[in-house]
Design a protein around this ligand. Structure first.
Ligand SMILES: *Cc1c(COP(=O)(O)O)cnc(C)c1O
Length: 361
């Protein structure tokens, strides 16, 4: 990882921060953006209008709700969860930082390798001991390895992503359960379910009734609201009250509140988008299954991994056709991560990938 030069006048900056890399993302403009796993469909126009009407009626000069109680209650109702165990942050990225402060700082973070990059980044920034257990070759959960590492370290934070990011693999409930049991009651256990809607199931039943367990969710993917920034945790009232202390006051702004409330009143738009994405994902994966030069991996999310002998050339070729994807070859050999777009965008993706055969790009 590239480190920032060690300038003498910044000695006050902690070493862990100086040695950490910046979030690995370079914005590139392209016609078709399939690089951030966003929903390809924007928030429906009539719901947008309703959210703006509510925004119009709010007092912009006043601070919002201190603990976002109203919105937490609405999320609790939607999720059939105790509102005391619902915590919200401006994006789940912020929650990842708070969870690392809560249980990782000065302690240990155990997770898989690879995992969604923010978990490792926050552990490094906060100087937590980071223990990464490599996924099995088929991307499934390394159950024995995780159980072993949990036993070998004093407790801290355990992080699993289900379905897994960035592979799209969905583990069996029994495998996840074995790892959660091994964490006992001492580790703070996070199951990041950012993509659970695309699997048709979730793991709330493994979280409820365990004071130390937490499911992390977001409005950025299936709900199509990445620009509004809202993430939330479903956890126990006990863990929720500790997390709550780490929040900055008034952390959710009134616009986000208005939009998310409207979204929660109309989950049918989200479900329709998810159904379209699942249909399109299956179509794209089927069309690429026998590609002579590229390997695709099945996925339970709104993105999939594509393996190429020359990932850089494949990335450049797609970009030359106006399609932006995300390189992952630094974490998974030869792989690119590609989001599922609208049917038209996916047609263009497929056409560009078929050229790799004929033109030997
Ligand atoms: C996209 C994503 C998130 C969402 O982050 P936000 O800050 O809520 O936009 C969280 N976890 C994983 C694994 C993701 O892929």
């Amino acid at each position: 990882m590239p480190s920032t030069p060690d300038l003498p006048f910044l000695r006050g900056v902690r070493q862990a921060v100086r040695q950490s890399a910046a979030y690995p993302f370079t914005p590139v403009t392209a016609d078709i953006k399939l690089d951030q796993n966003e929903s390809p469909n924007d928030f429906p126009a009539e719901l947008r209008a309703e959210a703006l009407r509510r925004m119009e009626r709010r007092e912009w000069n006043r601070y919002p709700d201190l603990h976002t109680d109203r919105l937490r209650q609405k999320i609790a109702d939607y999720e059939h969860w105790d509102a005391q165990g619902v915590v919200v942050t401006p994006g789940s990225n912020v929650m990842i930082k708070l969870l690392t402060e809560l249980a990782g700082l000065g302690q240990t973070v155990v997770t898989t390798k690879p995992v969604f990059s923010l978990y490792t980044l926050e552990a490094q920034l906060l100087g937590a001991t980071l223990v990464e257990v490599p996924l099995n070759p088929d991307f499934s959960l390394p159950v024995a390895g995780l159980v072993q590492q949990l036993a070998a370290h004093t407790p801290g934070l355990l992080v699993l992503t289900e379905p897994h990011a960035p592979t799209g693999y969905l583990d069996s409930v029994s495998d996840v359960s074995v790892v959660l049991e091994a964490a006992g009651q001492n580790w703070v256990v996070v199951v990041d379910e950012a993509y659970h809607q695309y699997t048709g199931q979730d793991l709330r039943h493994l979280i409820g009734g365990h004071a130390n367990r937490l499911s992390l969710r977001t409005f950025s993917k299936a709900w199509g609201l990445a620009g509004l920034r809202l993430g939330y945790a479903l956890t126990s009232p006990e863990l929720g009250s500790h997390l709550q202390k780490l929040l900055t006051p008034f952390n959710v702004n009134v616009l986000t509140e208005c939009v998310v409330e409207v979204a929660l009143e109309h989950p049918e738009y989200m479900r329709a988008g998810v159904a379209q994405t699942i249909r399109e994902r299956d179509r794209v994966l089927y069309a690429l299954a026998n590609h002579p030069k590229l390997e695709v991996f099945s996925s339970h999310t709104n993105f999939f991994l594509l393996r190429s002998a020359d990932p850089e050339a494949t990335f450049d070729h797609l970009l030359s056709r106006g399609i932006l994807v995300r390189r992952q070859d630094q974490v998974i050999a030869g792989c690119l991560r590609i989001g599922i777009g609208t049917p038209d965008q996916n047609d263009r993706l497929l056409a560009a990938l078929q050229e790799i055969d004929t033109d030997s790009v």
